[in-house]
Design a protein around this ligand. Sequence first.
Ligand code: GTP
Ligand code: MG
Length: 210
Amino acid sequence: MNPFGRIEFLTSASQLHQLPPDEGAELAFAGRSNAGKSSAINAITGRRGLARTSRTPGRTQLINFFRLTDTVRLVDLPGYGYAKVPEAQRRHWGQVVSGYLQDRRSLRGVVVIMDARRPLGPLDLQLLELATAAELPCHLLLTKADKLGNQAGLTALRQTRRQLGQTPLIAHVQLFSALKGTGVEQARAQLAAVLALEGPAAPPADRASG
Ligand SMILES: Nc1nc2c(ncn2[C@@H]2O[C@H](COP(=O)(O)OP(=O)(O)OP(=O)(O)O)[C@@H](O)[C@H]2O)c(=O)[nH]1
Ligand SMILES: [Mg+2]
């Protein structure tokens, strides 16, 4: 069973004072612009058109909230690192996102979406540091894994884990593809556990997970 199947759009916000009430439990998806955040939300929930995806980077300009139950929400955060976004807007978003991560009491964890071909850029590391400082567990999806062969995917996974191992940051890392469905079940199980949802048991550990 997919514990995220009954999700629906709740609301959008562009300022911290517009967020829905800070109650229950929330999980945020964050990552570089165009990394595949909205596609990952759609794949994990199994709802194709839920979060709007685009070939044009910087598409998600608002914080979008999706409601799973009266008390559980998924959140699509605007992407960072898109060079064409004006400096003032980038600063505004940096402040909104860091304020959200630091002060949101219902936030239970952060799903960090990174392109498997270029994970752990400086802005990704900044995000992980912010989340870690806020004591939020991080689950990293190395997405677009379909663009790498199996072997290259596993190499990217190992390298990312090794690189993280050299920092004080603690995160769970897995391969993912919204296009092919790779890692979707694993992500569902992990996220359901963070949100304490009823759902599928965690799949047995294999060499590509952990
Ligand atoms: N091949 C492949 N393409 C993907 C995958 N996930 C996303 N994409 C493509 O990458 C582009 C960006 O996807 P989005 O999901 O809109 O990315 P985003 O991170 O939400 O982007 P912003 O909202 O602009 O920050 C789209 O053209 C998607 O079709 C994947 O797993 N594999
Ligand atoms: Mg998006």
